[in-house]
Design a protein around this ligand. Structure first.
Ligand SMILES: Nc1ncnc2c1ncn2[C@@H]1O[C@H](COP(=O)(O)OP(=O)(O)O)[C@@H](O)[C@H]1O
Ligand SMILES: [Mg+2]
Length: 352
C-alpha cells in the first residue's frame, strides 16, 4: 500500500496546457476523485500517473518513490479504462492473465492469481466466458479484475461507470467502493458526474481547464465553494448577477437586497436551492417571487421563481405533510439564510 504525490504536474501539447501545475497528495488507502467537465485534463492526469503520458514538467511519487520516468509496468498501478478495453477474442481468464504473461510472471503463478482477482469481483464462475457473453456490468468487473491482478499500489479508474445504465451504475459504485475499502488500496477515480463523485469519494478534486480549482471533502466543497465555478459544479446553485455598492446588492432587473460582503462592484450571488425557505407570507429577509415552473419529483419539488425580469432562482421544497406546494402563477415569498458572493469578473475568484 502506498500514497501518491503529484508535484507541479504539467502536460503541454504545443502551446496548449492539458494540465497545468497539478499539486495533489493522495493518502494511503484513500479514495480520491477527480471531478471536472469534459476536456479539463482528468484523463491526462490519470495517464501520467499510470505512465502512459509523459509529463512536460513535474513529478509523480508513489509510496515516496519518484516514478516520473519509469515505464507503466514498473509503477505498480492498475488502470481501469472507461470502455473496459477487453480483448474480444480472449476469455475472461485470458483477459485477466494477459498482463501477467506480458510481465513474464511464472505460468504456475498466473492461474491462481487470475482466479483470486476474479473472486474479488465475484466472477470466479465465469472465467471461461467471452466478453460478448457478459453484461456491461460484468465486463466492467473483468476490467477491474484485470487491474487488481497486478496487486497494484494505486488503482486508477477512468470514468469506470459511464457505460453502465443508471441502475447498474448505482450498484457498481457501491461494489467498487466496498472492494477498495476491503483491500485498503489507494485509488484515484476520474469522473464528470458530480453525484458519482460525491457518493464515492473520501476527498474530491475539482478541475477545470487543466487546473486544480479546489480540493476537499464533500462538505468543504458544498459549504465553502472556493469560486463561482465550484459553486456551480458541485451541488446546484442559482446565480443572481448584479452589483454590490453601499451595502446593497442590486440587479439590472431591480431586485435589491442588503449585502454586507467585502466585495465591491459587479458580483454574483450563489444560492443553494435546497437552502431556500418558501412561504405563502412575507417574512424577515424574504422577497416575492412568481412561480414560473414546478418540477414535481415526488419527495422533492423544484420551484422556478421569478424575482425580477432578469432574476430567476430555483428553490427546492420537500413534499411533506403540511408543506406549501405552490402552483404555477402563484406568488410566494422566498428567503435564504446566507449566500456566497463572488466577484463577477473571474469564475475562479474567491468568494465571500
Ligand atoms: N494527445 C493529445 N494531443 C493534443 N491534445 C490532447 C491530447 N490528449 C488530450 N488532449 C487535450 O487535452 C485536454 C484534456 O484532455 P483529457 O485529459 O482527455 O480531458 P478529460 O479526461 O478531463 O475529459 C483536452 O482539451 C484534449 O483535447
Ligand atoms: Mg477523460
Amino acid at each position: 500500500m502506498a500514497g501518491l504525490q503529484l508535484h507541479g504536474l504539467t502536460k503541454r501539447y504545443g502551446d496548449f496546457h492539458a494540465t497545468q501545475n497539478v499539486e495533489l497528495e493522495v493518502k494511503e488507502g484513500e479514495f480520491l476523485v477527480l471531478l471536472g467537465p469534459s476536456g479539463c485534463g482528468k484523463t491526462t492526469t490519470l495517464r501520467m500517473i499510470a505512465g502512459f503520458v509523459d509529463p512536460t514538467e513535474g513529478s509523480i511519487r508513489i509510496g515516496g518513490k519518484d516514478v516520473t520516468t519509469l515505464p507503466p509496468w514498473k509503477r505498480n498501478t492498475g488502470l481501469v479504462f472507461q470502455n473496459y478495453a477487453l480483448f474480444p477474442h480472449m476469455t475472461v481468464a485470458q483477459n485477466v492473465a494477459f498482463g501477467l504473461e506480458m510481465r513474464g510472471i511464472a505460468k504456475r503463478e498466473i492461474a491462481p492469481r487470475v482466479q483470486d482477482a476474479l473472486e474479488l469481483v465475484q466472477l470466479g464462475h465465469l472465467a471461461d466466458r467471452y466478453p460478448r457473453q457478459m453484461s456491461g456490468g460484468q465486463q466492467q468487473r473483468v476490467a477491474l479484475a484485470r487491474a487488481l491482478v497486478f496487486r497494484p499500489d494505486v488503482l486508477l479508474l477512468d470514468e469506470p461507470l459511464s457505460n453502465l445504465d443508471a441502475k447498474l451504475r448505482h450498484e457498481v459504485r457501491i461494489e467498487i467502493r466496498a472492494l477498495q475499502q476491503r483491500l485498503g488500496i489507494t485509488a484515484v477515480m476520474v469522473t464528470h458526474d458530480q453525484e458519482e463523485a460525491l457518493t464515492m469519494a473520501d476527498r474530491l478534486v475539482v478541475m477545470s481547464d487543466g487546473q486544480v480549482r479546489q480540493v476537499g471533502s464533500q462538505r468543504d466543497l458544498y459549504e465553502r465553494p472556493a469560486s463561482r465555478f465550484v459553486a456551480g459544479f458541485v451541488g446546484r446553485s442559482s446565480f443572481l448577477e448584479g452589483e454590490i455598492r453601499d451595502g446593497r446588492f442590486t440587479t439590472p432587473g431591480g431586485l435589491t437586497l442588503p449585502c454586507d460582503k467585502p466585495i465591491r462592484g459587479p458580483a454574483v450571488i450563489a444560492l443553494r436551492p435546497e437552502r431556500m425557505t418558501v412561504a405563502a407570507q412575507p417574512h424577515p429577509g424574504s422577497v416575492p417571487g412568481e412561480v414560473e415552473f414546478v418540477s414535481y419529483m415526488g419527495g422533492l419539488i423544484d420551484l422556478h421563481l421569478r424575482l425580477s425580469p432578469t432574476d430567476l432562482v430555483v428553490a427546492q421544497v420537500s413534499n411533506r405533510e403540511g408543506s406549501l406546494i405552490p402552483e404555477l402563477g402563484d406568488t410566494v415569498h422566498v428567503s435564504w439564510p446566507d449566500a456566497t458572493a463572488f466577484p463577477a469578473s473571474d469564475p475562479h475568484a474567491r468568494g465571500h
